[in-house]
Design a protein around this ligand. Structure first.
Ligand code: AMP
Length: 382
């Protein structure tokens, strides 16, 4: 068990690492981050930021020697990096979890092999294989790169057989997976944790809406029948236990017509659909990650109030600095900014969370707060 005062090492330096580091510091831990760039969102709030490339294995080894446990905030860390860290310190979750979840084909094979529901899919390594797979799987379908994909990057929808060649080129003619298109009614997720002692806790089922393939809004809890919620939680438990995760993992689902759940993908770390836990739950997903990787008892996950989380993308900066005062003037709005200097289109710059008496109110207030950011005039204080 690593008690407060121990040093947490984080591989990856974005906003997830930042919020993990802030929670770790609140609990009296030291934090070091391994980052490919300086002044990163996590580096800004850590005790130490080691700036090196993930494939600089000497730097990884030196980093690992200086910390008591290494965890990830980003799953696309090369397997060799995780192995280099594991040679010198405890790594949680283990490298096999990354290996499975950073590759869509391995991930789907794992899910299907565990008997969990997924959309029909096929591995595709060439255009003729894609054409054959389209005949089996049918249309529409979506072609995705097997590796290093997130937020819809490396994906092409195929509506007609004649589009196969263009889709193959669009994803860079590389190892891929073809999936049957799911005409989903909703997208749901479960953020859950597994402790070093095997304890399993979850934050319930939340509903996500995406814009430009990026998570835009989460409402918690999701308005789904109790049996659907129970099944999603049970599936998540199977995933965490089968992968022997020690840490937090998010399972993303499609809710298909007829109430059928299909697992879309896994993220072996805190997830943006779990940001609401910072304000709305007894323990946040970040504290839960810390507790799990340090071998502490997992915290209670009770949700104190319904909540909504709206992501703030760089697009909001198009007309100048957002009107922070206007959003903060609204009651109950918790603003999180990630310390990123440059606001690019589609870049996650921050989020806001609003707990409220009902999910509908939370959603309305979160959307109103975000809309207020791009209102032009800042009213001076009365
Ligand atoms: P992913 O990166 O796989 O999570 O995909 C990003 C988003 O694309 C998902 O959240 C869905 O909105 C959409 N999407 C991905 N795969 C499918 C599918 N097989 N059927 C329908 N929509 C999909």
């Amino acid at each position: 068990m690593l008690l407060p005062g121990a040093t947490l090492g984080i591989l990856g330096s974005g906003q997830l690492g930042r919020m993990l580091a802030l929670e770790a510091r609140r609990l009296g831990y030291r934090v070091q981050v391994f980052s490919p760039e300086s002044d990163s969102p996590t580096g800004q709030v850590a005790d130490r930021e080691v700036v090196a490339a993930y494939d600089d294995l000497d730097a990884v080894a030196g980093f690992a020697r200086g910390v008591d446990v290494v965890t990830f905030e980003f799953e696309n860390v090369p397997a060799a990096t995780a192995a280099a860290a594991a040679a010198h310190t405890l790594v949680r979750p283990n490298g096999a979890v990354l290996h499975t979840t950073q590759h869509r084909r391995r991930e789907k094979d794992f899910l299907a092999g565990a008997g969990l529901p997924v959309t029909p899919y096929a591995a595709v390594d060439s255009l003729p294989e894609l054409e054959a797979a389209l005949k089996r799987i049918g249309l529409p379908a979506v072609l995705k790169t097997a590796g290093f994909g997130y937020d819809g990057k490396g994906q092409a929808r195929i509506n007609a057989a004649s589009e196969a060649a263009a889709a193959w080129q669009a994803i860079g003619a590389q190892a891929a997976i073809l999936e049957a298109w799911v005409p989903f009614e909703r997208e749901l997720s479960v953020v859950a944790a597994r402790g070093a002692d095997g304890d399993y806790r979850h934050f319930g089922v939340v509903e996500n809406t995406h814009a430009q393939h990026i998570l835009d809004l989460t409402v918690a809890p999701a308005a789904v029948p109790p049996e659907v919620a129970a099944e999603a939680v049970a599936i998540s438990r199977v995933v965490l236990e089968a992968l022997e995760v020690v840490g937090v993992l998010c399972v993303e689902f499609f809710l298909a017509p007829g109430g059928k759940l299909l697992v879309n993908e896994l993220a072996p770390r805190p997830h943006n659909s779990g940001h609401f836990t910072l304000e709305a739950c007894a323990t946040s997903q970040f504290e839960q990650q810390l507790r799990a990787v340090c071998g502490l008892p997992l915290g209670a996950t009770d949700q104190r109030a319904p909540a909504a989380m709206a992501q703030l993308l760089g697009d909001l900066w198009a007309g100048g600095e957002p009107n922070w005062a206007a959003a903060l003037a609204l009651p109950g709005v918790a603003l999180h900014l990630y310390g990123k200097r440059v606001a690019r289109r589609g870049r996650k710059m921050g989020h806001l969370t609003v707990p409220a008496p009902t999910v509908e109110e939370a959603r309305a207030r979160a959307l109103a707060a975000r809309a207020a950011l791009t209102r032009e005039t800042i009213r001076p204080h009365a």
